[in-house]
Structures are given as structure tokens and as C-alpha cells.
Design a protein around this ligand. Sequence first.
Ligand SMILES: *[C@@H]1O[C@H](CO)[C@@H](O)[C@H](O)[C@H]1NC(C)=O
Ligand SMILES: *[C@@H]1O[C@H](CO)[C@@H](O)[C@H](O)[C@H]1NC(C)=O
Ligand SMILES: *[C@@H]1O[C@H](CO)[C@@H](O)[C@H](O)[C@H]1NC(C)=O
Ligand SMILES: *[C@@H]1O[C@H](CO)[C@@H](O)[C@H](O)[C@H]1NC(C)=O
Ligand SMILES: *[C@@H]1O[C@H](CO)[C@@H](O)[C@H](O)[C@H]1NC(C)=O
Ligand SMILES: *[C@@H]1O[C@H](CO)[C@@H](O)[C@H](O)[C@H]1NC(C)=O
Ligand SMILES: *[C@@H]1O[C@H](CO)[C@@H](O)[C@H](O)[C@H]1NC(C)=O
Ligand SMILES: *[C@@H]1O[C@H](CO)[C@@H](O)[C@H](O)[C@H]1NC(C)=O
Ligand SMILES: *[C@@H]1O[C@H](CO)[C@@H](O)[C@H](O)[C@H]1NC(C)=O
Ligand SMILES: *[C@@H]1O[C@H](CO)[C@@H](O)[C@H](O)[C@H]1NC(C)=O
Ligand SMILES: *[C@@H]1O[C@H](CO)[C@@H](O)[C@H](O)[C@H]1NC(C)=O
Ligand SMILES: *[C@@H]1O[C@H](CO)[C@@H](O)[C@H](O)[C@H]1NC(C)=O
Length: 661
Amino acid sequence: MTIMILVKTVFVVSVLTIVFSISDASFTYTVSKATGLGRRFDGIGGLSGGGCVTRLLADYKSKWYNQIMDYLFLPGFGASLHILKVEIGGDVQSTDGTEPSHMHTADDENYQRGYEWNTMVEAKRRNPNITLYGLSWGFPGWVGEGKKLPWTNSTLRYTMNWLLGAKKYYNLDIDYIGIWNECAWDKGYTLALKAAITAAGLKTKVVGHDSKWDVCTTLVKDPEWAAAVDVIGAHYVGSAIAEECAALNKVQWSSEDMSLDYDTGSLCWARSLNQNYVRANLTATIAWDLIASFYDGLPYSGVGILRANEPWSGHYRIGRLLWVSAHWGQFTKVGWSFLKHGSGVGLLDNGGSYVSLTDPTGEQLTIIVETMDRNSSQCAHSSTVYYSTTNQTATFQLDTSFGHITQLYVFFTDLNILDVDQAFTYKGIITLDNGTFTLQLSVGVLYTVSTINGTKGAYDAPPSQPFPLPYADNFDDHQVYSEAPYFSDQTGSWEIIDTASTRGKTMRQMVPERPISWCDDADYPYSIIGNYTWKQPLNISVDVLIEKNGIAFVALGVSEGGCGNGSSGIVFSVNTTNNGSWQITNSTQLTNPVTSGIVSIVAGTWYKLTLVVLQDYSVGYVNGNPVGRCELTASSYSGWGAIGSSWDYVQFDNFCLQSPI
Ligand SMILES: *[C@@H]1O[C@H](CO)[C@@H](O)[C@H](O)[C@H]1NC(C)=O
Ligand SMILES: *[C@@H]1O[C@H](CO)[C@@H](O)[C@H](O)[C@H]1NC(C)=O
Ligand SMILES: *[C@@H]1O[C@H](CO)[C@@H](O)[C@H](O)[C@H]1NC(C)=O
Ligand SMILES: *[C@@H]1O[C@H](CO)[C@@H](O)[C@H](O)[C@H]1NC(C)=O
Ligand SMILES: *[C@@H]1O[C@H](CO)[C@@H](O)[C@H](O)[C@H]1NC(C)=O
Ligand SMILES: *[C@@H]1O[C@H](CO)[C@@H](O)[C@H](O)[C@H]1NC(C)=O
Ligand SMILES: *[C@@H]1O[C@H](CO)[C@@H](O)[C@H](O)[C@H]1NC(C)=O
Ligand SMILES: *[C@@H]1O[C@H](CO)[C@@H](O)[C@H](O)[C@H]1NC(C)=O
Ligand SMILES: *[C@@H]1O[C@H](CO)[C@@H](O)[C@H](O)[C@H]1NC(C)=O
Ligand SMILES: *[C@@H]1O[C@H](CO)[C@@H](O)[C@H](O)[C@H]1NC(C)=O
Ligand SMILES: *[C@@H]1O[C@H](CO)[C@@H](O)[C@H](O)[C@H]1NC(C)=O
Ligand SMILES: *[C@@H]1O[C@H](CO)[C@@H](O)[C@H](O)[C@H]1NC(C)=O
């Protein structure tokens, strides 16, 4: 019995093999612009924001910073991105941290905060034609004019100031502006924003509304609202679009997509870039996020077009996802056109897809072919899969409308191969045979065939190193308005100020009231630093000045950032409002004190707060004197160091993080 089955199985397998190899199916696809073109191509891009994803990049030394920016934006070097979308910092937690607002309060205006201005300037320096796009995740509380929604004249002034500030201080033309990321939107506000942009003489186009395709259902019923929207953009659409959108006859984008690892997400990204046009007529695709440049241990660690989260060492990593981007970025430009479906755009017969684009003169041609396998179905929110399971032979027949083309450059990535050195390889030049060329397509490969040549630009990144301990910073060497190196704000917003006193520069919590949130912000502002795996005894120490009244704290073993209700950890806090009470809690929410008491602390005076966490207990000190001790230990709480405050102006100086004596 057993032997018979075995023999049978072998027989079946060998027959199948023969069947597959002789039926390596062969298909022909016409490439033509003779009967017109498809839609205008608006580019591929990355999203710096939503939030804090570029935080640690800002602290890289210029040599490494420039290399990373070249990989992302320099045309013909790496990804060669066409679009940079940024968060308009709103003092809110927006996924991996808080980005500072240009208007913390109604009478505050500042265009030097945060890292987005510089990211835009540096991207534009590399590609003067880069498309810029701004979007708010949340807003400072004051714009609500007493309400929790931002549909006010204050928000209009706030958003217009950002657009005008970009022009005034950086000569940046913001090409597109969104409304409120993945939240509600409002007709009155959209119309008012459009009118204000026009009145100001800006050319910025309005994207509605960075959420789901129900935007189309709304706009189809309301021509007045629709008229104020230039582009419809939806997120994580899985290369599908709602039927109602066609009637709007508008530019359609996947305005946030990807959300996958900088290396293993490459299959999905290859598939989305092609199929977003093939199946949904989407003319731009923007990756969340631009760069995994935030601490490991925060949500979505490793998600980005490349990974760079060690500013102290300069180490960064290029994965396959960047080279998949290069398959598009290096061979296309904004303002090119797709060819029509059936004339250079379509699904391949044995799974996968092909897309062709041409420049405005019609001289250039780029054809991108992908045969992603099942693995690409990890594409976020993709319900239907159009993946390839079988080898196939594809012949592309260029008709006389491309009769001037005799040769094409070929770049190739086999995404079954994990080695990034083998991604984006130059395969030489194909000479067309009476307008045709043929590709043997196995499963999981990506080809770009183009009149344009590409380059696999390369730099050597320095080796990885752990966060440097001991670590001390008196903040005196940093630029005012910047964020202190390596601190990553999770709630509230800190910046360097010059006290014009013997204190020199300090780091100050700048947000005086709870913002209009995108997700849950913690109850108390806090900013993390270090390594989320720290489990060893540590000593965190910082001078604090509570300006009027409020709370200041230091913490160790802080394990969580991102959206939510703060983090567990060992937290030593003082409260001047309560006549100088202190407490040690196991959460940055400052609930459930493990131990507490009174110490004479008043507003307007500097104190040194120290928390020492050991194997068996923890001790809180004020000005070097122990005030409280408890049984919370280094082994039961692992995580970052942190400083924190209430929603008040609180300053910090002489920060120090080290092993205890
Ligand atoms: C920018 O666009 C202009 C006009 O289309 C073009 O001449 C120029 O080559 C482009 N520059 C780059 C770096 O792509
Ligand atoms: C906003 O400003 C416009 C024009 O100044 C005014 O007509 C309108 O009433 C204001 N809206 C609110 C909510 O204050
Ligand atoms: C995409 O555009 C083509 C050409 O206009 C049209 O035939 C097709 O139905 C569109 N696809 C979708 C999903 O709207
Ligand atoms: C495809 O997915 C499987 C299982 O999820 C994994 O083991 C394999 O490494 C993946 N292949 C590639 C090329 O990423
Ligand atoms: C070249 O292709 C055209 C159609 O595309 C065909 O009519 C012609 O016979 C071909 N010539 C040769 C030599 O194969
Ligand atoms: C598909 O093509 C690949 C690469 O050429 C080859 O290694 C593989 O054996 C082929 N598979 C089949 C079933 O023919
Ligand atoms: C095309 O680019 C490849 C790789 O960047 C390079 O090796 C080759 O010399 C280039 N070909 C031409 C004709 O410039
Ligand atoms: C954090 O510590 C772990 C364990 O020592 C180490 O592998 C990792 O590289 C460190 N990461 C950072 C960001 O320092
Ligand atoms: C945060 O707390 C609020 C109120 O208690 C609760 O509704 C919310 O679900 C919590 N959020 C998370 C992410 O736990
Ligand atoms: C700080 O003190 C004030 C006044 O007693 C009190 O209302 C507040 O709850 C205290 N905050 C904390 C976190 O204990
Ligand atoms: C924090 O302390 C409270 C009260 O003692 C306890 O219920 C909770 O489980 C503790 N949380 C952690 C993360 O240890
Ligand atoms: C903790 O650090 C502070 C500041 O450097 C120092 O004064 C203190 O002696 C340290 N305490 C312990 C127990 O290590």
C-alpha cells in the first residue's frame, strides 16, 4: 500500500513539472500612444510625519544626514522620490511622537521649530521639482475657540500662516494641503480654506480628505464642496477605488499607503505602486512613512523607505523597499502621463501587472512590470489579491507611435532574494526587434525597462552602536527652538530656549493646554530618551523649574510611546500646586502612588530631581537629598528614561543619565 502511494506521488509530480515547463504561457501586450494617453502622473513619495518618524534623523551629523537624504531624494541615485508630504506639527501625539506647532498659542508664531522645514529645504535642494504637501494630524487647543473641533477662523489663520511661513522663511511653495488626517472634515472650512488660498495668491491645491473613499460619496452629492477640492486622496486603499469617484472626474491619489518594514515590505510596495494605477487609476502613491527614524520600541518600528535611528553612531540601513521605489523614481517624473489601459497598462495574464508612462514630448518611455507573489498580499488593507503564481513570458509590442525607440535600459529586482545588494541590478540594454522585446517573468520579480538609464547609488554607512552611556546634556550648545538631541516627545512639546541668565539655555515644555488630538494623548506631557530594552540599574537626574505652578517628573523603565494613555515606568514627580508634594508612581499617568509625601518645593525656583533605580528598590532625591524610597525595581520595569510635566511651562537643565554610583 505505502509503496504504491509513493510511486503514484512521484509520477504525478513529474507530470506536473513537464506540464508547467511546456506551458510557460506566453502573452503579448501592445504599448501605444496612438489613440491618446491615460492620466497625468503625479509621482511617488514619502510621508515625514504622522508623526515624529523623522525625529532622530534631525540629530544625525551632516555627513550621514546628507547621505540619507541623497538616498531618498537625489534624482537618479536612490529612491528619487517625487513627493514629500509632511505633518504640520500640531503639538499632538501623531503615532510615534509629537511634532511641535508653529503656533503653540494664539499670539505665538515661529517658523524654526521641528525638523519638517529643514527636511523640505533639503529635499528641494536635491530635487528642485519636488512636490510638497502639508497635512495636520491635530491642532493646538486654542484653535478650537473653546470647542474640540477645529472648524474655526482660528484654524484658518493657523493653516494659512503655515503656508505663508513656508514661502516667507524658506521660499517653499506648498503644492498641496490637506484638512485633518483620517478625521472628520467640514464643508464650511474647506470652502473657506480654498477661498483664503486664492485670496492670498497661492497656487496650493486642496486634498480632500486623507481618509476613506467615502469622500467621493459626499462630494458627488455636493458640487459646491466638490469644487473646492482639487484632489481626492484616500489611505490604505489596497489598489481599489469606490465607484462614485469616477463621476467626480478628479485627480485621485493613494495619499497614504505602505506602512511596512523598510526591507520585507518591498513586495507589497512593488505591487501597490503598479496596481494603484492599473486597478484604481490612482496617479500618486505616498508611503507612510518616509523613514524609520524613531526609536525601536515605538509603534511600527522599522516601517519606512529606509531605516535610520542611531544618530549617535550615524548608522543607517538601506533595504529592498528603497530599491523598489527606485524602479519608479529614477525612470519617471511628475507631469509624465500613463498610457491608456490596454495600450501599455494592465494586468498580466498569469498575475502581476505592467504600467507604461511617457514624458510630455512623447520621446521617453518607461515600462514597469511586477509579478509579486502571495507574500505581497500583506499589503495593508488589501482585500483582493492579484498576485502571480506561475512563470510567464511577456512580449511587449511598441507600435509606430514609439517607432523612434530602438533600445531600452533594463533594471531588475528578484524579490525572492533577500540580499539587498542584488536588488535593482542593471541588466544591460535590450535592442528592440521590430518594436518588440520579451521578458521571461518568474514569480516575484520587478522589471523597469526604459529609455532612461538608472544608477544604484551607494554610500557606506558607519557601524551600529548602542545609545551612549553615561549621557549628559546642559542644552547650551543647541539652537533655540530646536528639540534637544535624542529626546523624543510623546505628549506635549519641548524646545530649547535661551534664558538670558546664568542658566544659559534650557529645555522647556511649551504646550499650555491639551491639544485637539489625533489619537489619545497621555494625561501628562513626557519625552523619552535612550533604549526601550534598558533593564539595568540607572540614575536619571535633571534640574527643573516649574514657572508658575504644576508638576515636573523624571522616570526610568518607561516602556511605551505612541498613541494611548502614557506608559508604565518608575516615575518620581513633584507638584507645586499641592504645596510641594512628591510621589513615586508606576505610570506616567501619575495614578496609584506607591509612596508619596511633602517636600518644600515652590514654583519659580530651580531644583535637582534625581531618580535612582536599583535591583531591589528605587529612590527619589530633591537637591541630592533622598525624599522617598519604594520597592519598584530595575528588573520589573524596562524601558527608556523620560522627563515630564503637567500642561504648564516647565524648564529642564543639566540632564544626566548614567549608572548609579
Ligand atoms: C525640473 O523641471 C523642469 C521643467 O519641467 C525640468 O526642465 C528640469 O530638468 C527638472 N529638474 C529636475 C532635477 O528634474
Ligand atoms: C469667520 O470670519 C468670517 C469673515 O470674517 C465671518 O463672517 C465669520 O462669522 C467668522 N466665523 C466664525 C465662526 O467666527
Ligand atoms: C480607470 O480608467 C479607465 C479609463 O478611463 C476606465 O476604463 C476604468 O474603468 C477606470 N477604472 C476604475 C477602477 O475606475
Ligand atoms: C514569503 O512569506 C513566507 C512566510 O510568510 C516567508 O517565510 C518568506 O521568507 C517570504 N518570502 C519573501 C521573499 O519575502
Ligand atoms: C514588424 O511589425 C509590424 C507590425 O507591428 C508587422 O506588420 C511587420 O510585418 C513586422 N516586420 C517584421 C520584419 O517582422
Ligand atoms: C520559473 O522560473 C524560474 C526562474 O527562471 C525557474 O527557476 C523556475 O524553475 C521556473 N518554474 C517553473 C515551474 O517552471
Ligand atoms: C547605464 O547605467 C549602468 C548602471 O548604472 C551603467 O553601468 C551603464 O554604463 C550605463 N549605460 C550607459 C549607456 O550609460
Ligand atoms: C538597545 O539595547 C539593545 C540591547 O543591548 C541593543 O541590541 C540595541 O542595539 C540598543 N538600541 C539602541 C537604540 O541603543
Ligand atoms: C485611554 O483612556 C481612555 C479613557 O479612559 C479610553 O477611552 C481609551 O480607550 C484609552 N486608550 C488606550 C489606547 O488605551
Ligand atoms: C497636584 O496638586 C493639585 C492641587 O492639590 C491636585 O489637584 C493635583 O491632582 C495634583 N496632581 C497630581 C498628579 O497629584
Ligand atoms: C501599578 O500599580 C497599581 C497599583 O498598585 C497596580 O494595580 C498595577 O498593576 C501596577 N502596574 C504595573 C504596570 O506594574
Ligand atoms: C545620580 O546622578 C547625580 C547627577 O550626576 C549625582 O549627583 C548622584 O550622586 C548620582 N546618584 C547615585 C546614587 O548614583
